[in-house]
Write a protein that binds this ligand. Structure first.
Ligand code: PEP
Length: 250
């Protein structure tokens, strides 16, 4: 069985003083029944990873460069991320695909680097509202999935996050049927490409306005193995309620 995963994404939020939220989270969940991951701004990785060391909380980054090193001012490499003590990285978040014009081909290169550096790549996929209304959500997901995921993916080094762009930070969420349709589709595609072993082992998270109020029903949907949470991961008390609901769904 896949172990459930509650992942938080602080995005461009948080200063060093906010890392006390990690201490609060660890106090609330000393022995979680699900995996916990918190993806921090890069300047907080080192201190965040130090606070989480020895606890059942993994720290992750929100991006890395697709080359191993060199003249890439302002960027950080996958091995730099790993060197901080982090063990995962979000790649292809829609905000990066949009604001930094990241293509699925670049995401795949980044994911390969991340996996080579020993990181788990949390690869985000999702359709826009126009695409959803044009009824081609599964085509969009299919294209992003096949182009963004490298061939060396395994159940350990890959997590997929389905995040409809129109649901991120908006308070809107798809229906449970819509979430289930996409998650089942992703599972089928992973099995077809990687075989049943890897295809069944990769965790598929739902992301997009997951809150304490709506998460319990989302966690009942087939092939939802947890959540990638933005705004509601900033405060330990909010994130903790989502973790509790995920634990209750196991
Ligand atoms: C996200 O950042 O990936 C996200 C889903 O954000 P939110 O939960 O705030 O919608």
């Amino acid at each position: 069985m896949r172990r459930k995963l509650a992942a938080g994404n602080w995005k461009m939020n948080g200063l060093r003083r906010d890392l006390t939220e990690i201490d609060a989270l660890l106090a609330l969940h000393p022995a979680p029944q699900v995996d916990l991951l918190l993806c921090l701004p890069s300047v907080l990785l080192l201190e965040g990873a130090a606070r989480a060391e020895g606890h059942a909380l993994t720290i992750g980054a929100q991006d890395c460069h697709h080359r191993p090193a060199g003249a890439h001012t302002g960027d950080i490499s996958a091995s730099m991320v790993a060197d901080t003590g982090a063990s995962a990285v979000i790649l292809g978040h829609s905000e990066r695909r949009d604001e930094h014009e990241e293509s699925s081909e670049i995401v795949r290169k980044k994911a390969r680097r991340a996996m080579e550096a020993g990181l788990t790549a949390v690869i985000c996929l999702g359709e826009s509202l126009d695409e959803r209304e044009a009824l081609n959500t599964l085509d969009i997901i299919d294209g992003q999935l096949s182009a963004s995921v490298p061939d060396n993916a395994t159940g350990l080094n890959l997590v997929i996050a389905y995040e409809p762009i129109w649901a991120i930070g908006t308070g809107l969420t798809p229906t449970l049927e819509q979430i289930g349709e996409v998650h089942d589709f992703i599972r089928t595609r992973l099995e077809r490409r990687f075989g049943p072993g890897v295809g069944q082992a990769v965790r598929i998270l739902y992301g997009g306005s997951v809150k304490p109020e709506n998460c319990a029903e989302i966690f009942q949907v087939s092939n939802v193995d947890g959540a990638l949470v933005g705004g509601a991961s900033l405060k330990a008390d909010d994130f903790s309620l989502i973790i509790n609901a995920l634990e209750a769904s196991v």
